[in-house]
Design a protein around this ligand. Structure first.
Ligand SMILES: [Zn+2]
Length: 425
């Protein structure tokens, strides 16, 4: 038996779900078992009574390749793992770097049709055959490449493992940066996404009776996840993205608020191009945070696509890394179980730093301004990247004026008018 660990935690708070209060009581009165999950950093002990965080990374995944001209780069995972390791973010028993097994086909049926899975599996030699286009396969966005089937099984496996760790109580926070393929549809690949690992993971949480708050920060609307739960009231999907009139996939408008039982449980904040830090923080204060507290979730699932950051080559939002870090800290302060997945993010240096910051927030440690030096050998297309100067700098300066405050005010007014009444707000 270990010695009791003293931490400065508040008494079980009113905002905690019953299970959270139960765990906090267990922590305060226990010795060995819960103490293994404690966070040593005193700064965060106020806010995070129990932390056992798992970072899921399977090095096999980096070897899959969408093609040399494709913007979706799996090297981002390798870079993130490198940066986290060099910053000591895996040091300590409560921060676990762990590999995972691929899913199997039966796991995917929860979210995908059998005929689509047949097509996907059949194209894994990288050769086209008639009929693939109707499944969205073989296009420029969703190429078929050798090992595709193995790749999708790995992607799904990581996020499913993440959900399982939370359901089993083994982890309080899990990050699977290789997940977040939020555009995949039941019978169609879309937007670089073949299998919707997010939908699979949320289903696993729902099966365990969890109530899920899904927050999608990718620059692109989280359409596949929204569609999967559009009529459910036990999952609230909230997507903050670039306006669909200006960016793929073309939807995610304020008026998409769910259907049937799910009315009010789909929320969309379509930001105009060049919106930036102030707009995100205002969205947080006036939409995200009130809805989170009104909804009363057991688990928050976040899609952390890094393509809303300034300088992304595929989107036009201008979120800064310091505000990203602030948002990650605010999610951590919600202090419930947290499953995070990756997503878009087409500037390698942005994605690597954004996901490192997310992991640092999950384990409750600060980060230095300076970055460690680049690795001796950068794999794949990472060899062509410019290693960033520091943790915060943007690859480009903003090229256009941010829309005026009136634009974000009106957008937020519309969102609140559409969905707040369903939540007693
Ligand atoms: Zn995206």
């Amino acid at each position: 038996m270990g010695r009791p660990v003293r931490v400065r935690v508040p008494s079980p708070a009113q905002h905690m779900a019953p299970r959270e209060r139960e765990l906090t009581v267990a922590l305060l009165s226990s010795t060995a078992s819960w103490s293994r999950c404690l966070l040593a950093e005193r700064r965060f002990c106020y806010r995070i009574p129990i932390v056992c965080a798992v970072f899921l990374y399977n090095p096999e995944v980096v070897h899959f390749n969408y093609g040399v001209t494709h913007p979706f780069r799996l090297e981002r995972l390798w870079l993130t793992e490198y940066l986290c390791r060099r910053l000591g973010l895996f040091d300590g028993s409560q921060r676990v770097l762990r590999t995972f097994d691929p899913a199997d086909r039966s796991n995917l049926r929860v979210a995908h049709s059998s005929s689509y899975l047949d097509a996907l599996q059949g194209s894994s030699d990288g050769l086209m055959f008639p009929g693939l286009y109707r499944y969205g396969l073989g296009s420029g966005d969703n190429p078929i490449f050798p090992g595709l089937w193995d790749y999708v099984l790995h992607t799904a496996g990581g996020s499913l493992q993440g959900a399982e760790l939370i359901v089993s109580g083994e982890a309080r926070r899990v990050f699977h940066p290789g997940g977040g393929l939020h555009h995949a549809m039941p019978d169609r690949a879309s937007g670089f996404c073949y299998v919707n690992d997010v939908v699979l993971a949320i289903h696993r949480l729902l099966d365990a009776g969890k109530r899920v708050f899904y927050l999608d920060l990718d620059a692109h609307h989280g359409d596949g996840v929204q569609n999967a739960f559009y009529e459910r009231k036990d999952v609230l999907t909230l997507s903050v993205h670039q306006d669909g009139r200006t960016l793929f996939p073309g939807g995610g408008f304020v008026q998409e608020i769910g259907r049937g039982d799910g009315l009010g449980a789909s929320v969309n904040v379509p930001l105009m191009p060049h919106m930036s830090d102030a707009d995100y923080l205002r969205t947080w204060d006036e939409v995200i945070d009130p809805l989170f507290h009104a909804f009363g979730a057991d688990v928050v699932v976040t899609e952390l696509g890094a393509d809303a950051l300034a300088g992304d080559p595929l989107a036009n939002l201008e979120l800064g890394l310091r505000t990203w870090w602030e948002i990650m800290g605010r999610i951590a302060s919600w202090d419930i179980h947290w499953l995070a997945v990756g997503g878009g993010g087409y500037d390698l240096a942005n994605a690597m730093r954004a996901w490192t910051l997310a992991w640092a927030a999950m384990v409750g440690v600060d980060v230095p301004d300076e970055l460690p030096p680049a690795p001796d050998r950068l794999v794949g297309c990472a060899a062509d990247m410019s290693w960033p100067r520091d943790m915060w700098s943007s690859p480009v300066e903003g090229l256009a004026r941010r829309p005026s405050d009136e634009v974000i005010a009106e957008l937020i007014r519309q969102v609140r008018e559409q969905v707040f009444p369903y939540h007693g707000l």
